[in-house]
Design a protein around this ligand. Structure first.
Ligand SMILES: O=C(O)[C@@H](CO)OP(=O)(O)O
Length: 248
């Protein structure tokens, strides 16, 4: 008996196109992102991988990717659970900043430490910043625990309780689970699933809009390390593009 878990990173947003750090800022998909979501859903339908339940973050680029993909697979009716624990990593004071300008200003080592190190968060975002989420009603349940910045380790720590209690329960019940989330929240989950080291996770990037399927054993370990992208060639090209963000 294996469990089927499908991970889908949202398609391109307006801020991906503008090359800005996004984090918890609620930016919507652009036309390219909507097309990616449509293709993602078509791939699911082609392979007969039909989700029974959807988990998303509370951010509209993930919510809308899921809506479009599930409509394309005629699964728009499945139950949905949303959590801030699946949100993108809070990018702290980098939210809203241009990636190329940040690279030029701080140099490659600092830029990559902020982007991809496991345990070094960017400086915190002041509460009065236009890019802060403090006071946003959708995070009222977090009170003053709402993040002001996060490193990948912080994301893993806030994601794990949700994975353990909510997501695993649906897998255990035999449901095909779709998680539609973000580059860094999915990197955290993949790190956990594949047992990737704190060092090696720096080199792992998740492509936009391409379903990544994991078959998990009863111990929730992948039967095939790294899972399977439903369009491997498109995944490889997108991974390269994500890796090189900033170098434009
Ligand atoms: O800006 C962000 O929130 C993320 C994902 O788009 O960027 P990065 O890949 O640089 O971590």
């Amino acid at each position: 008996m294996t469990y089927t878990l499908i991970l889908l990173r949202h398609g391109h947003s307006d801020w991906n196109a503008k090359n800005l750090f996004t984090g918890w800022v609620d930016v919507d998909l652009n036309d390219q992102g909507r097309e990616e979501a449509q293709r993602g859903g078509e791939l699911l339908a082609e392979k007969g991988l039909l989700p029974d339940i959807l988990f998303t973050s509370r951010l509209k680029r993930a919510i809308n990717t899921a809506n479009i993909a599930l409509a394309a697979a005629d699964r728009g009716w499945i139950d949905v659970k949303r959590s801030w624990r699946l949100n993108e990593r809070h990018y702290g004071a980098l939210q809203g900043k241009d990636k190329a300008q940040t690279l030029a200003e701080f140099g490659e080592a600092q830029f990559m430490e902020w982007r991809r190190s496991y345990d070094v968060p960017p400086p915190p975002l002041p509460d009065d910043s236009e890019f802060s989420q403090v006071g946003d009603p959708r995070y009222a349940d977090l009170g003053d625990d709402i993040p002001r910045t996060e490193c990948l380790k912080d994301v893993l720590e806030r994601l794990m309780p949700y994975w353990e209690s909510e997501i695993k329960a649906e897998l255990r019940a035999g449901k095909t689970v779709l998680i539609t989330a973000h580059g860094n929240s999915l990197r955290a989950l993949v790190k956990h699933l594949d047992g990737i080291t704190d060092q090696d996770i720096a080199g792992l990037n998740i492509p936009t809009g391409i379903p990544l399927v994991y078959e998990l054993g009863e111990d929730f370990k992948p039967t095939s390390a790294g899972g399977t992208y439903l369009d491997p060639a498109a995944a490889a090209a997108s991974i390269e593009a994500v890796k090189n963000q900033g170098k434009k």
